[in-house]
Design a protein around this ligand. Sequence first.
Ligand SMILES: [Zn+2]
Length: 251
Amino acid sequence: MHEQLKLLISLQEVDSAILSIAEEIELLPRRLEKHKAHLKEASASCEKIKAKDGELNKKKKQKYDELEEIEDKINKLKAKSSEIKTNKEYEAHLKEIKTFENNKNRIEEEILSIMETLETLSEDKKLKKAEEDFKQKEKVLEEERNRLHSEMEMYKIKRKDVVRKIDGEIYEKYMSRIKNSGGIAVVQTQDEVCLGCHTNIPPQLYNDIKNNEDIFTCYHCNRFLFYPPHSEESSLRPKASELTGREKKSD
Ligand SMILES: [Zn+2]
């Protein structure tokens, strides 16, 4: 393969990787914001529950007071039992006790129900978990940021090395294509088609390109063209992320 063409392909690979890494770095703050929003939601929900919790505890205390009052009344009524003279009076007396006891049962059930609800309101734990999750995710993102930056540095060094070997005029053309063609200046050809713009390539030109012994450009999109010597090995297609096989994180 033509030496300069080989260098152009390498340069494109490096630039696509740099572009892809830059995109990922740019997305990091947004990803952190998303985690922050989740934490905020958990915190708001916790505040709401805490307010409800206070309300229920107040209600529980009221019910206990009511219960005490009723128990007091029942005891007083029972103490009076011996003073009752007639059967009729006694029946009325029992009925009165029964009514108070029914009330007492109802209040006891209400207290039980309040306590059950209070048990389910363990939001504090949930918030703590959300906070821990956030810290963990923040740490992961920070590590990722560091990794991306060092990867970027590595590619920049590699780039300098490649650029050093490229003919000045060819490099100028390359840079102008990169700026005007969405970051893709070197593309492969396949079945007489430029994979950068999908325009047909005249058969004679295609045959020349297939030899990879000279530098050719697409007459339509102006990108440098090459024919992958071993099709499956080369991956220079017009998408930066595809170029490097890097995958976008989407959490
Ligand atoms: Zn083209």
